[in-house]
Unconditional design. Structure first.
Length: 277
């Protein structure tokens, strides 16, 4: 019997248009009354918040590929393994030397350069601005990463894009201090070494009456592999890379753009009720 459902957001719970199927929202709300549903995401908590609220969850959320666990109920970080400031400073300088475009995740915001904005962050900013100011995801353009490092308590992770990203990931300094994982086709996330979704999920389970083999985890990208391998049932989305599908215990019958696919999975693995359409 499975006792916890761990869900990635982008490419899994979220459709390509950044919405959640109303069918899935209803199903997760029903399940969460009996079984913990945990969001495990590469996102910052500020950009995951609208979805968390839609789903009506009360559990904490694992953010930035396992870097920290956030409690929305009390608006506080429960635990974290943030980057050391000197390491963050060196990373920024090295990324600039390799002509990489960078996004930095700090305590309460995502930051990107006003001089080298990334299209996906620009698009995310437009989405964020559709929310009321009091509930708006925090995404800001900045002048200087080094300045921001000094003025925020925590640096959670970096995301880079660029032709030399693969080479950059193999540099001795980067290998020594960072865990690099693809979160999109041309995008690498760099969190502090040891930080993965699987490691954070395992830590979350400590002290709870839930074993890893009683967990169902669902994801679609390389940064989901660690939690798919940890869980008793690791499920890859049909839209996941072939390599990820091969590592999973199960592959969904349809992609993240199908309204029913994850709702049906919840029925099969947790509710066993089926549903006529």
């Amino acid at each position: 019997m499975y006792k916890l459902l761990a869900l990635d957001l982008d490419g899994t719970v979220l459709k390509s248009d950044r919405t959640i199927s109303p069918i899935l929202i209803e199903k997760i709300r029903i399940l969460a009354e009996h079984i913990p549903v945990l969001i495990v995401t590469g996102r910052h908590h500020t950009t995951a918040r609208p979805y968390y609220q839609q789903l009506g969850l009360t559990t904490p959320i694992i953010c930035c590929n396992g870097t920290y666990i956030y409690d929305y109920q009390n608006e506080q970080v429960l635990e974290h393994n943030a980057l050391q400031k000197d390491v963050a400073r060196q990373f920024v300088s090295l990324a600039a030397e390799h002509d990489l475009t960078t996004v930095m995740y700090v305590t309460n915001a995502m930051l990107h350069s006003k001089y080298r904005p990334l299209p996906y962050v620009e698009s995310l900013s437009e989405w964020a601005n559709s929310f009321p100011r009091e509930n708006r995801p925090q995404i800001h353009k900045i002048n200087d990463f080094h300045h921001e490092i000094e003025h925020h308590p925590h640096v959670w992770k970096f995301v880079v894009e660029g032709k030399s990203a693969d080479h950059f990931a193999g540099l001795p300094f980067v290998q020594q201090h960072f865990n690099g994982e693809y979160s999109w086709k041309n995008r690498i996330d760099f969190a502090r070494i040891g930080n993965t979704k699987g490691a954070a999920l395992a830590k979350y389970l400590e002290g709870k009456d839930i074993l890893a083999e009683q967990v169902v985890a669902v994801g679609d990208h390389h940064n989901d592999i660690s939690m798919l391998m940890l869980a008793g049932m690791g499920v890859a989305m049909l839209n996941a890379d072939e390599a990820i599908q091969q590592l999973a215990d199960r592959v969904t019958a349809a992609t993240n753009d199908d309204d029913w696919v994850l709702a049906d999975l919840i029925d099969q693995l947790f509710l066993s009720e089926g549903e006529d359409r």
